[in-house]
Design a protein around this ligand. Structure first.
Ligand code: PEP
Ligand code: MN
Length: 338
């Protein structure tokens, strides 16, 4: 349930109303002050609270029932867009943030070289997997902790904030020292123990949509992280499984405006894992920006043919630089910048 407060309610009165409501109904309160009004979101079991009763609380103009099971992630609870700062880079502002780098960190030299190249081309962040969840146990599994160290070196040399996928709740402390953004991969979107552990930190989380998960399930996973105490969630559409086999996955472009309507959280798009082929990265990136994405996650490798993981969908640095040039006017056309 949401309580819309009377126009001009001063901040001290908002706190008093929260205290009254917590005591009266035994719920948590989540105030949100926007440009024109202040709302208080009620979190907990509100099923027995009559809106007419809540409207009797002094200072409340209107009480509205919220049907969706997600609350913290719900735009109704927080009408303004949320911006998440990742090592000083703002995701969800006017800039479309491009995060680029290899699927996997392969060596210190490789990640540093890629980091410098993508930075020169205009990327704002660096990606690189160290613990790789692979379909085959015989495929390259990542350099693990050493890979995180190499990423951190690349960060200190280039200043680019880094993101890497965490696969195990026991790794939170290790990752905390090395990355600016935890990546929860598609295969772990409903690994609730992992979600709980990253919720205990306040470090931002890039939550990727599972390839067989609905938008509501994605938002419920975000809710796990947010209700656990970490509001810094960035959603990521990375393609879903459909009957179509011409592409690795089907990029759900509609998910971008749907997520934006239902939630205040920033939305990134991963065109590399969606299409699964380098030639698809440019059109899918353009479509994502046009549809309102706040950022892109793009795989770049200096030698895609010999990449240890996902070479087929990786751009080389020259192709990436070319892509950035082509994306700038698309961003400008929708009032954004790269
Ligand atoms: C990745 O980004 O490296 C990755 C494995 O992606 P996903 O979890 O979306 O498959
Ligand atoms: Mn990959």
């Amino acid at each position: 349930m949401i309580l819309v407060l009377k126009h001009g309610t001063p901040p001290e009165r908002v706190n008093e109303i929260c205290a009254v409501v917590q005591k009266k109904y035994g719920v948590q309160t989540w105030p949100s002050t926007g440009e024109t009004s202040t709302l208080i979101g009620l979190i907990g079991d509100t099923s027995s609270i009559a809106t007419s009763d809540a409207e009797l609380v002094e200072g409340v103009a209107r009480a509205i029932r919220v049907q969706e099971p997600y609350k913290h992630a719900n735009r109704a609870f927080h009408p303004a867009d949320t911006q998440v700062s990742v090592g000083g880079v703002i995701i969800g502002g006017t800039r479309v943030v491009v995060c680029a780098g290899p699927c996997s960190v392969e060596s210190d030299a490789q990640i540093y070289r890629t980091a410098s190249d993508v930075k020169t081309a205009g990327a704002a962040m660096l990606r690189g997997g160290a613990f790789k969840p692979r379909t085959s146990p015989y495929a390259f599994q990542g350099l693990k902790a050493e890979g995180l160290l190499f990423l951190k070196n690349a960060r200190s040399q280039t200043g680019l904030p880094v993101v890497s996928e965490i696969t195990n709740p026991a790794q939170v402390e290790l990752f905390n020292d090395f990355v600016d953004l935890f990546q929860i991969g598609a295969r772990n979107m409903q690994n609730f123990e992992l979600l709980k552990q990253v919720a205990h930190t306040r470090k931002p989380v890039l939550l990727k949509r599972g390839f067989a998960n609905s938008i509501e399930e994605l938002l419920m996973s975000a809710e796990h992280i947010m209700s656990g105490g970490n509001p810094n969630v960035i959603l990521c559409e990375r393609g879903i499984r459909t009957f179509e086999t011409a592409t690795r996955n089907t990029l759900d472009i509609s998910a971008i405006p749907v997520l934006k309507a239902k939630s205040h959280l920033p939305v990134m798009v991963d065109p590399s894992h969606a299409g699964g082929d380098a030639y698809l990265v440019e059109p899918l990136s353009k479509a994502a920006i046009a549809a309102g994405a706040d950022g892109l996650l793009i795989e770049v490798h200096h030698d895609p043919k010999n990449a240890l993981c996902d070479g087929k969908q990786s751009l080389n640095p020259a192709q990436f630089a070319e892509l950035m040039k082509k994306l700038a006017p698309v961003a400008a056309a929708v009032g954004r910048e790269l």
